[in-house]
Structure formats: structure tokens, C-alpha cells
Design a protein around this ligand. Structure first.
Ligand SMILES: Nc1nc2c(ncn2[C@@H]2O[C@H](COP(=O)(O)OP(=O)(O)OP(=O)(O)O)[C@@H](O)[C@H]2O)c(=O)[nH]1
Ligand SMILES: [Mg+2]
Ligand SMILES: [Zn+2]
Length: 278
């Protein structure tokens, strides 16, 4: 039988399958460290094997993510460099990023339009408020395995709690408390919501942007959907889009078709990659 790992607790895994819910251990030679929440596994009396993953993250340990909600708010004001790094991570890992502007109740139209202008050609944008319970449009986007990311205090936990309801959310808070102090594994559980699952975690506040060091600077632009239409207009084959001339990217930053914030953050990202490589 095959099933989805929805929870990991010490060496016991909770598996959801067509035939019900099972709590199983891995077979002798299969290491428990090698099985993540989000994995599809083959099992009988024990977990026999893990099927090939679409992607996986290490902290918190999760596999096969489909969507990540990148939450931001007007207060605390956004760190767009962090947002752009998270978006890049998502595209590298084959995860769909969705920008969630939370705290609509305090945001103001100007702020929302500002965010829409930067990201309209990059990702889907939704606006909501955990405080007002205005989360219907967010719930509609839950499809496949989803998780929340974003800087501290933007409202990730509040949104997860609003979606899951009080009873469920409390379990999440408790599990985080148990794990505090150990910098390694945080407990993660998946909960079925509308068409998919959401991960009940503390949320990713950095989303493993560290893994970006593995990228070559010249690979970065191809993960920028907003740069893509202009990439072939770039005369230089291995252009990093740093030097004015026949660079199709810089031209379109100058004429306003590419967001200047996105472009400046792109430069910061490739420069930091180049420095780390040295
Ligand atoms: N006005 C307003 N405040 C909100 C909203 N959502 C969350 N907050 C408040 O923002 C603060 C931070 O919310 P959290 O849910 O703890 O934020 P978080 O992203 O989980 O933060 P970390 O766990 O530190 O990463 C709390 O005081 C919340 O009450 C909202 O929609 N509107
Ligand atoms: Mg939180
Ligand atoms: Zn160029």
C-alpha cells in the first residue's frame, strides 16, 4: 500500500492512505531520518520505502511541497530582499510561491498597490487579514502540500491558526514548545484543508535561503519570471545583467517594465553568491 506521511513523532510515522490512518515504524534498514512529512511511502506492517520526491526542505523537514505562501505585511514593513530570496528558493525547488499580504485591516490601498506593482509578473498575490477572519481567498489557494513562510511577526501563525481553528492550532503550539532548545528537528504535521494540506509548523522565517549558495550567479535570472520575456533580448550570452549596454534586462528596468526593487535585489543576490564562491 502507499500513503502520505502526515506526521513524524520520534520513530513513529503517521500515514494517511485510502485504507485509513496508520502509525508505523520504518523497516530495519530504512533510517527514520530519511523519511519526511510529505513523503509518499510504501508500507505493509512497516514502512518499506520512500517514493521519489519532487523536492525537500531540511528545516523544518518536509518533502513534496507544492505551494509556499510567502506572507508579508505593512507592519513590520517588508524585507523585499528576503521575499525575493524566498521566491527564488521556491522556483529553484519547483514550488509555487504565492504572495500573501496579511493585515489588510491596517494595510491601506497604497501599500497593497505597491506590492502588486512589484510582484504582478512574478507570483499570484492575495490579500487577507487573520485578525478579521478574512481568509477565504487564502483558503481557496490551498492545493497540494502547502506551507507558510515570511519574516517574523507578519502573521504566519495567526493565519495557520485561523485556517485550522483553535483546537488544532493548540497542538502545533505545544509541539513547538517541546522541541525548543533542540536546534535540529521541529515537529511538523500536515492537516487536510479544502483541496490540500497545510503544514502546521512555526512557519519558515528564513526558508533555507542558505541553499541558494549552490546556485551559479548566471543561473539566477532564469528563475525570474518577470525577467524572462526580456532575457532573449540580451545580446550577451553569459550576461549577468549588471552592465549597461545591450543588456535587455537593464533597458527594461529603465523603462519601468521590470521592477527596480526586484532588479536591485537580484544584483545583491548574485553579488553575494559571487563573494561566497571565492
Ligand atoms: N492587525 C493585524 N494584526 C495581525 C494580523 N495577523 C496577525 N497579527 C498580529 O501580528 C503579530 C504577529 O503575529 P504572528 O502570527 O505571531 O506572526 P508570525 O509570522 O507567526 O511570527 P513568528 O512566529 O515570529 O515568525 C501578533 O500580534 C498578531 O496578533 C492581522 O491580520 N491584522
Ligand atoms: Mg509564528
Ligand atoms: Zn543582460
Amino acid at each position: 500500500m502507499t500513503g502520505l506521511v502526515i506526521k513524524k513523532n520520534a520513530d513513529l510515522f503517521t500515514i494517511e492512505s485510502r485504507d485509513g490512518i496508520f502509525n508505523l515504524k520504518p523497516r530495519g534498514t530504512l533510517k527514520k531520518e530519511g523519511i519526511f512529512v510529505g513523503d509518499i511511502v510504501e508500507f505493509d506492517q512497516t514502512i518499506e520505502s520512500v517514493l521519489k520526491r519532487k523536492n525537500c526542505l531540511i528545516r523544518p523537514p518536509m518533502a513534496n511541497l507544492d505551494r509556499i505562501f510567502i506572507v508579508l505585511s505593512s507592519l513590520p514593513s517588508p524585507d523585499f530582499l528576503l521575499v525575493d530570496k524566498m521566491i527564488l528558493c521556491c522556483f529553484v525547488k519547483g514550488i509555487e510561491p504565492i504572495i500573501v499580504v496579511n493585515k489588510e485591516d491596517i494595510a491601506g490601498n497604497e501599500f497593497i498597490q505597491f506590492v502588486e506593482k512589484i510582484y504582478k509578473n512574478v507570483a499570484k498575490i492575495i490579500v487577507c487579514s487573520a485578525k478579521d477572519g478574512n481568509i477565504e481567498n487564502l483558503k481557496k489557494e490551498i492545493n497540494g502540500i502547502c506551507a507558510f513562510a515570511g519574516q517574523s511577526a507578519v502573521g504566519k501563525s495567526s493565519l495557520i491558526n485561523a485556517i485550522l481553528g483553535e483546537g488544532v492550532a493548540r497542538i502545533g503550539e505545544l509541539s513547538q514548545r517541546i522541541d525548543r532548545g533542540k536546534q535540529t528537528t521541529r515537529m511538523v504535521s500536515l492537516f487536510k484543508v479544502s483541496e490540500g494540506y497545510i503544514a502546521d509548523t512555526a512557519g519558515f522565517s528564513s526558508l533555507e535561503v542558505g541553499m541558494l549558495v549552490e546556485l551559479e550567479p548566471r543561473e539566477v535570472a532564469r528563475y525570474y519570471p518577470d525577467f524572462l520575456p526580456y532575457l532573449e533580448k540580451c545580446k550577451y550570452r553569459s550576461c549577468l545583467h549588471k552592465i549597461v549596454g545591450d543588456c535587455g534586462i537593464i533597458k527594461n528596468v529603465q523603462n519601468g517594465k521590470i521592477s527596480e526593487i526586484r532588479y536591485k535585489n537580484y544584483l545583491k543576490i548574485i553579488d553575494s553568491l559571487a563573494t561566497k564562491k571565492r
